[in-house]
Design a binder for this molecule. Structure first.
Ligand SMILES: *Cc1c(COP(=O)(O)O)cnc(C)c1O
Length: 454
């Protein structure tokens, strides 16, 4: 048989022309967003002051399996996609494992992550609606960077609320965003009612995604011509990220490769949801089976230690309620170094699939994650983002198990981005000064108490 190349690329003509909506194949649909006042499902009209119209349609669409990618978005995708699917021959050799390891690398763009896949779509629909600009939050900064790039392309204004701890730890991310023309405000800020209230209650707080979301929503809904956009968690974001999985599946199919397991890191669930979508679709339709593993940080363990319940999406409780695996919107995780995985909740789609037993989840501590990141970087060359390294850690563990058992499993994992802006974290690790923080049951119970009473 023809040797599988190190990098499997798709031709431009083989690139997906439609996103795949896994909800269409789910028997148990993800629970709808609820109005926090009435506890009734949010209607398109109620969502309209917050989100762009076309994105609301996508958010509420549980039925159409394929949604065409507009030509303008496909043209932008062509500048940095298709992303390579890499066969990690060198890593396999180093590990002396019979496992076959593949990773889908999403770090080949200036934002350094998969987030551009949804940012460009969301900016496109905002522009098409004739809006002036959009607001958003960013944790580690990848989403804010991606959105800044997308907004500058479509000449939209972009206001980013950046979690304070990241704003201070990652000044270079901030400058990239400003270079693309975005305004960047550390959150909580004194610019919004909710920011002022949070600062009064928790002076000196380093902020959280939930808090930054509240600020961004407040500004979007109180400024004419603006809407709010979100980089993860929402159904529409998973839909856009399905481009990752569709390309991966097309590349594997070219060589008749069937993965045994698919591994991805999970923050709000968008890269994992996107990567697994077409595979999960096949699984849901009973056509194929795969082990699907979500990897989350032990410091923010939504799947593995959270509860499956309706919760607020933000600290300020201005957003709709979502049913998801959650740690409670009051949960403020320890300031670990995988900023993109610090959200208290999880995509409703993935939450339902996890509840129904279609996927597994595991959590890992950050020193193990950085150990795995270095093991990977030293063979494969790419400097991974700490978020991505969660998936690497579990992929390496599985490959090492194969060495013991002699099984030739095919492992696919999502390498979501690069870690050039995370060198302070790498420095801590290299200096032996990184610690692992795992929340106690008491801490989790205290934040579960912040769940809405339904
Ligand atoms: C944001 C981010 C993640 C986590 O977000 P998901 O929505 O769970 O995919 C993972 N990796 C990188 C590099 C990120 O920027």
């Amino acid at each position: 048989m023809e040797k599988i190349p190190y990098k499997i690329y798709l031709e431009e003509s083989e690139m997906p022309k439609a996103w795949y909506n896994v909800r269409a194949d789910m028997k148990n649909k993800p629970a709808p967003l609820l109005n926090p006042g009435t506890h009734q499902p949010m209607t398109a009209e109620e969502l309209a002051p917050v989100f762009c119209e076309e994105l609301i349609k996508q958010e509420l669409d549980n039925d159409n399996a394929y949604i065409e990618i507009p030509q303008e978005i496909r043209d932008f995708y062509k500048m940095y996609r298709p992303s390579p699917l890499v066969r990690a021959y060198c890593l396999e050799e180093r590990l002396q494992t019979p496992a076959k390891i593949y990773y889908k690398f999403e770090g080949n763009n200036t934002s350094g992550s998969h987030k551009l896949n949804s940012a460009i779509a969301q900016a496109y629909y905002a522009k098409k609606q004739g809006l002036k600009g959009v607001t958003t939050e960013t944790g580690a900064g990848q989403w804010g960077t991606a959105l800044s790039m997308a907004c500058s392309y479509f000449q939209l204004d972009c206001k980013v609320f950046m979690v304070k701890v990241s704003y201070e730890q990652k000044p270079f991310r901030r400058e990239v965003m400003r270079t693309y023309g975005a305004s960047v405000t550390p959150s909580p800020s004194m610019d919004t009612n909710i920011g002022r209230a949070i600062l009064e209650q928790f002076p000196g707080t380093t902020g959280s995604l939930g808090c930054a979301i509240s600020e961004a929503v407040e500004v979007a809904t109180s400024t004419p011509g603006y809407r709010y956009v979100l980089g993860s968690v929402l159904n529409q974001v998973l839909l856009h990220q399905s481009i990752i999985g569709l390309e991966t599946k097309a590349a594997l199919d070219k060589y008749g490769i069937k993965p045994d397991m698919i591994i991805g890191c999970a923050g709000g669930g968008s890269n994992l949801g996107g990567l697994i979508s077409p595979f999960m679709g096949a699984k849901l339709r009973g056509e194929a089976d795969y082990r699907i593993i979500a990897v989350e940080p032990a410091s923010c363990p939504s799947f593995t230690r959270g509860v499956y319940a309706y919760d607020f999406c933000d600290t300020g409780k201005v957003c709709p309620l979502a049913k998801m695996y959650t740690l409670g919107s009051g949960f403020i995780p320890a300031p670990n170094h995988a900023g993109g995985l610090r959200y208290h909740g999880m995509s409703s789609i993935l939450s339902q699939l996890y509840a129904d037993g279609y996927m597994e989840a595991t959590s890992v501590v950050q020193t193990d994650v950085f150990q795995a990141a270095e093991e990977f970087a030293r063979v494969e060359g790419i400097l991974p983002a700490p978020e991505s390294a969660h998936a690497i850690k579990v992929a390496l563990d599985e490959a090492k198990k194969c060495k013991e058992t002699g099984e030739e499993k095919t492992i696919v994992f999502g390498l979501t981005g690069t870690g050039y802006f995370d060198l302070v974290a790498y420095q801590k690790f290299n200096d032996g000064q990184m610690s692992d923080y795992i929340p106690t049951d008491e801490e989790l119970q205290a934040s579960f108490a912040t769940l809405p009473k339904m």
